[in-house]
Design a protein around this ligand. Structure first.
Ligand SMILES: NC(=O)c1ccc[n+]([C@@H]2O[C@H](COP(=O)([O-])OP(=O)(O)OC[C@H]3O[C@@H](n4cnc5c(N)ncnc54)[C@H](O)[C@@H]3O)[C@@H](O)[C@H]2O)c1
Length: 423
């Protein structure tokens, strides 16, 4: 089968390469010509995506995969069209669909009779039917008669997209009567994936928002429990471990907020739709307040931060991926600066310019000589750090470090909802 993948970013590129690896002819389409040229040379633009480098080299060399900026021409050659163009939120926290709409308009110019178009990008419920399908019809073909449309959310984790593709069932839901079944059969063919066909695109859209809302709210619960743990002087890590030993309890890990362009964004889509708005709003508020709470707690335990030298380690939104949208590291910077701390940032996955782009002054390499180190994203490189030379006090913003090892090295440890060891 010939497949066009529109948007060869963090999700679209591994997706396209994985389909090509299974022997299909895949054309990756993007408006970013630098990305297109790079991919056509077989170069991997995302070294932190496991397995992508080898896969890309292989499928470009085999001729099964190429990239282009001419989306309409590529779509003209393909029976399957996957759209993986990102949707973010605007300054009013509403879904910003401009890029996706532009992509759909271009796809419409090339859409052929008999084709199937699947939207993979997480969306407010109803967007595929209300907004995207009519844009495709504007190209002159009739939905359900000449072509089909479905929604199928990506459920992948950046950094291990290729592994996840084979792991989780593909959820699909159609707009026209045939869309869902065609999408399910498409994914069985191109991935050999298990599929779950829902009754409509709206059901599939809501299922993805449900996953995101569940995680955001679960983390909010963990965060409130961590604040309680601080009040009671108990360690939230052992509390959650004990609670989760019962099979119906799955409390997540507390931390200084929720970052990335998925989990903190999707509840906003529910808030702009039918809901559940009240819970989504509350979860967002609890999680957004965590950087402020963490800095307040640090001051409560260690005294005023004014004039103290603080380094934030790991500025990306989570460990081991070089991705920074909505990272809570910038929220920590804001709160620390407001408290008068002298803050620097360090991240082995970012250039100095990348560190500055987030508002941080770059820390020396290796980071050393600070009063306090806050480990925000615990990248695997940090396992080799000599903690005593970094700072005498470590704040573990995600409860991700080995507390015993840190304390054994003579360094003071504080976590989120974890009391300091008595002196
Ligand atoms: N990244 C994740 O971990 C993740 C996980 C699950 C789901 N998703 C979903 O996947 C979507 C895509 O995320 P991503 O991380 O791949 O985004 P990304 O920003 O890395 O990639 C999007 C790509 O689309 C391209 N693009 C923009 N407008 C275009 C157009 N008109 N025509 C063609 N290409 C265009 C951009 O140049 C970019 O390369 C997200 O919105 C989200 O819904 C992402």
């Amino acid at each position: 089968m010939n497949v066009a993948v529109i948007g060869i970013g963090r999700i679209g590129l591994p997706l396209a390469a994985a389909i090509a690896k299974r022997g299909h002819t895949v054309i990756g389409c993007d408006i970013n010509s630098t990305r297109v040229d790079q991919v056509n040379r077989g170069e991997n633009p995302m070294p932190d995506e496991a397995g992508l480098g080898d896969l890309l080299r292989e499928v470009v060399a085999s001729g099964n995969f190429r990239a282009t900026t001419d989306t309409a021409a590529a779509v003209r050659e393909c029976g399957g069209v996957l759209v993986a163009v990102a949707v973010d939120i605007d300054s009013a926290f509403r879904a910003d669909l401009r890029h996706l709409f532009a992509a759909a308009d271009t796809v419409a110019q090339g859409l052929q009779p008999g084709s199937l178009c699947i939207f993979d990008t997480t969306l407010p419920v109803g967007t595929t039917r209300r907004d995207l399908a009519p844009r495709l019809e504007a190209g002159g073909l009739k939905l359900g008669h000449h072509f089909s449309v479905a929604f199928s959310p990506e459920r992948l984790l950046m950094g291990r997209v290729i592994e996840d593709l084979a792991k989780y069932p593909k959820v699909v839901g159609g707009v026209d009567a045939q869309g869902g079944a065609k999408a399910a059969s498409f994914y069985r063919e191109v991935f050999g994936a298990e599929t779950i066909e829902l009754a409509s695109a709206e059901a599939a859209e809501l299922s993805k928002l449900a996953e995101g809302a569940y995680r955001d709210l679960n983390i909010a619960l963990a965060n409130e429990l961590a604040i309680d743990a601080d009040v009671y002087g108990v360690d939230i890590s052992e509390v959650i471990r004990a609670a989760n030993s019962q099979p119906y309890c799955h409390i997540h890990v507390p931390g200084t907020g929720v970052g990335g362009h998925c989990i903190p964004v999707y509840p906003r889509f529910l808030m702009q739709g039918a809901g559940p708005s009240r819970l989504s709003e509350l979860g967002r508020r609890v999680n957004d307040e965590m950087p402020g709470y963490a800095v307040q707690r640090l001051e409560q335990l260690t005294g005023p931060l004014s004039g103290r030298r603080v380094v934030v380690l790991g500025l990306t939104f989570r460990p081991n991926v070089a991705v920074t949208p909505h990272t809570n590291a910038v929220d920590l910077l804001r709160e620390l600066s407001a408290a008068g701390a002298i803050v620097q940032g360090h991240d082995p996955l970012l250039s100095d310019d990348g560190v500055r782009a987030l508002g941080f002054e770059p820390a020396p390499e290796p980071p050393h000589g600070f009063d306090i180190a806050i480990v925000h994203a615990n990248h695997r490189q940090y396992a080799a750090l000599d903690w005593p030379s970094v700072a005498p006090l470590i704040f573990d913003a995600r409860n991700a470090l080995d507390r015993d090892a840190i304390e054994a090295s003579g360094v003071h440890y504080i976590g989120v909802g974890r009391p300091p060891t008595p002196a």
